[in-house]
Design a protein around this ligand. Sequence first.
Ligand code: TMP
Length: 215
Amino acid sequence: MGAKGLFITFEGGEGTGKSTQIALLADHLRQQGHAVLTTREPGGTKSAEAIRKLLVTGETGSLSSTAEALLNYAARDDHLRRIIRPALARGEIVLCDRFMDSTRAYQAYAGDCPAALVDTLEREVVDGTRPHLTLIFDLPVETGLQRAATRGDGKGEDRFERFGRDFHDRLRQAWQRIAREDPQRCKLVDATGSIGEVAGRVRALVQPLLKGRRP
Ligand code: TMP
């Protein structure tokens, strides 16, 4: 990727606890003296946050999978140019809550956007900024949806949560498929158990990448 930074993405279905784990890992890395940037998708810039609103609120049928993929990639292009690539060029550790694999999982493998379109968008937009490590939080669908429902966010950002149970079953399989297709980069993380237990699993996967990095 050319830059000296480290790019780690956090992926998975609904309610898997990845946002909590990003905050914990960021604290842990900062305590060790590393410069860390946390961000999220869709979002991370003014334009991308405006696009996020279209995607995560409103009627489930308001957009096709293909329209969702294109909107996510419009947001991702802005996020990469303004936030992610500059931080990596400064040598920072970037922790991103969802990234390109969410489009592949939600829109292509669980949804009906052609995978060939996602391949092209990945190649042309993400280009040399593929993550060094992608942690995929894995949880039984029922548990995740329950957690997501009780959590709520008060902002009505639950459009995808309201997709049917079939969709969420396909989504869990999609994550497992992505982990199989790119085992070097993508690691499944068992998201069952306490927050502390999951944090331990996350640190164990991240630690090898920190070797030789001076905080
Ligand atoms: P969040 O709930 O993790 O903040 O993510 C917002 C929602 O957007 C989540 O339901 C997953 C969905 N999403 C996609 O469908 N495709 C994408 O490319 C991304 C980044 C998110």
